[in-house]
Design a protein around this ligand. Structure first.
Ligand code: PBG
Length: 326
């Protein structure tokens, strides 16, 4: 009549819960996204993303030292260029904002992975992720520029490149270009399943990368689709990607789970700007407990199967995890 099996037995106190806890977030899982801009001594807070800044290279160096000292393994860089043009030529210029930032970081900050986002939307005057032709992004013309950009980032010293453009064939062409240029050891973290999501809103303010006309639904994935994410991930794997990413994370935990189960590959989840800003805004209004919600969200990505989490919470989470260890 009364239950013999009682699930509550192992929930009675924290030590019991610790013993049977299945998933653990670790500082080793985290990558912090950062925004770099031209100038000197600049640290402007991004209005829609509290605690995140546009930083000039000198300030970025200080920030990266702090991130390294918190034990976070890596950062991913997004650039705000001095000027934009139709093709985003800043992205493959020796004097481009990312190239300058990477060179300086590699010289001044040791023991931190410097990953670069490879895309065009922050660098084109129209705000699309490649070369525009007849109102749409020309896939194959854009591919050649993606390869140039990736090689240029590697030449500046990037430890890993992460293409977020969603053109077809980009991983293959990047891998070949990197190998030919002598960078066969540089890994590619592919934004494999990147959805056309409203959760990128705050980032587009931050990066000034909202398309002037139209949207990204012609190249990013349609949110209702799941099987298609598996095909995208498989193509990237076959073309030589080293890490497969799902983006955004929270509304796509099923996709993280499927990609992890389907391919025995390292999987990254991108906890995007909108997911971050919602928590910050609700917490600022006293509606939720920010720290607990943050940890619950990040842990859910681990439980879904993510090995790596790119998150604007990286520093906050590292501090919480450091506290717990003591
Ligand atoms: C494209 C890119 C975007 C993000 C990362 N890389 C924006 C987009 O596709 O519009 C979004 C990240 C975020 O929202 O945190 N270069």
């Amino acid at each position: 009549m009364f239950p013999t099996v009682r699930m509550r037995r192992l929930r009675g106190n924290e030590n019991l819960r610790r013993l049977v806890r299945e998933n653990h977030l670790s500082v080793s899982d985290l990558i912090m996204p950062l925004f770099v801009c031209p100038g000197k001594g600049i640290k402007n807070e991004i209005a829609s993303m509290p605690g995140n800044y546009h930083m000039s290279v000198d300030v970025l160096v200080e920030e990266c030292r702090e991130i390294r000292d918190l034990g976070i393994p890596g950062v991913i860089l997004f650039g705000i260029p001095e000027s934009k043009d139709a093709v985003g030529s800043d992205t493959w210029s020796d004097e481009g904002i990312i190239q300058k930032a990477v060179r300086s970081l590699k010289e001044k900050v040791n023991d931190l992975l410097i990953i670069t986002d490879v895309c065009f939307c922050e660098y084109t005057d129209h705000g699309h992720c490649g070369i525009l032709k007849n109102g749409t992004v020309d896939n194959d013309a854009t591919l050649l520029n993606i390869a140039k950009q990736a090689v240029s980032h590697a030449e500046a010293g990037a430890d890993m490149v992460a293409p977020s453009d969603m053109m077809d064939g980009r991983i293959g062409i990047m891998r070949e270009a990197l190998d030919t240029a002598g960078f066969s050891d540089i890994p590619i973290m592919a934004y494999s399943a990147k959805y056309a999501s409203a959760f990128y809103g705050p980032f587009r303010d931050a990066a000034d990368s909202t398309p002037q006309e139209g949207d990204r639904r012609g190249y990013q994935m349609d949110p209702p689709n799941g099987d298609e994410a598996i095909r995208e991930a498989e193509l990237d794997m076959m073309e030589g990607a080293d890490i497969l990413m799902v983006k955004p994370a929270l509304s796509y935990l099923d996709i993280i789970y499927r990609v992890k189960s389907e391919f025995s590959m390292p999987v990254a989840a991108y906890n995007v700007s909108g997911e971050f800003s919602m928590v910050k805004a609700a917490a600022a209004k006293g509606m939720i407990d920010e720290e607990r919600v943050m940890m619950e969200m990040l842990t859910s990505m681990k439980r879904a199967g993510a090995d790596i989490i790119l998150t604007y919470f990286a520093k906050d989470a590292a501090r919480v995890l450091g506290q717990r260890e003591k």
